[in-house]
Ligand binder design. Sequence first.
Ligand code: SMG
Ligand code: MG
Length: 383
Amino acid sequence: MGDTTQSRKALESMKIERVSLYHLRMPLVAPFETSFGRIDTRDCILIEIDSQGLVGYGECVADRDPGYSSETSGTAWHILHDFIIPAILGEDVHNADDFQSRVAGIRGHAMAKAGVEMALWDLLGKRDELSLRDMLGGRQNRVAVGVSVGIQASAPRLVEEVGGYLQQGYGRIKIKIKPGRDVTDTRLVRGAFPNILLQVDANSAYTLETATELLALDDLDLLLIEQPLAEDDLWDHSRLQARVKTPICLDESILSLRHARQALEMRACRVVNIKAGRVGGLSQAVAIHDLCAAEGIPVWCGGMLETGVGRAANLALASLPGFTLPGDISASERYYLQDITQERFTLNPDSTITVPDKPGLGVSIDRAALERFCLQRQVFDNR
Ligand code: SMG
Ligand code: MG
């Protein structure tokens, strides 16, 4: 009986009647500094899709500047406007796979595609009254989370900042590093907090040669060293991994299922950071999760300073069984004083966040907040 209902629903149409784009700029509660720069506001594009009386939302995580990735809010707007929206407007899009085949001819632009795919999942879930967690195959009601701490004015200041987050209840700390702010900072944090789960993220700031600096991190009992080398450098990551016992985790380098397979075959990493935006959608994120699970490689859910919309999707994704390490999914108050969702996510005392269980993403939009942060809006109508 359940199966019949499922297959009937899989064939139901989902006509894309209207797509609205909102370019948002959200003030952060505190500046966030990484090896590639410092931001005090966060850009994203909110995608709203109307279909047969339902409205779905997705978040495109490309930022204003091409620091983390080559995509920006500007390139994403262009690709959405000129290519992705024309490929779906007025069409019956059945599900994520159908969407992916419609945009397969658009090379790259993973974040732009992922934002639309998220909105489609939200619509599907609302139509079928299923939460995103259940649609993706998630199991847990709460997921283990940590906090990503940016580069601070000094190493002692970093220790204070980390201490503050530990006091709030975060059970895993990630610190951002860059040349000149790596081993000393990490040693000081490890010395102050000998037993915490600790990891570092270099955001591609080293080469194989300059990464010799990082060899000293190997004695600090870190969970992992995230993305030390360039995005397009799987090979040198494999050479570095052979020299350190600490697992290397790849973030920027894994842009597809194929990259993930090749990274594992090359032993370029022992852990994978999964972000739906970076890999072109939740469906691709799940495929990478499945591959890593089959290969016994732990994964965790990365973060892109999402609004409540993207945060809800990350929580659903992180509830899949292979996500065995805490995610970069912190409480809403760590990022935004005012979010664009009515719901605010809070940290449970056991360093988890509860996964939404309402249909779709399980969040609703605060229209006043949306208006307040909106720099530009455009509506594409097919009705
Ligand atoms: O969402 O808590 C978060 C941020 C996590 O450090 C984080 N993300 O390289 O993993 C990463 C960075 C990318 C975003 S930098 C703006
Ligand atoms: Mg990273």
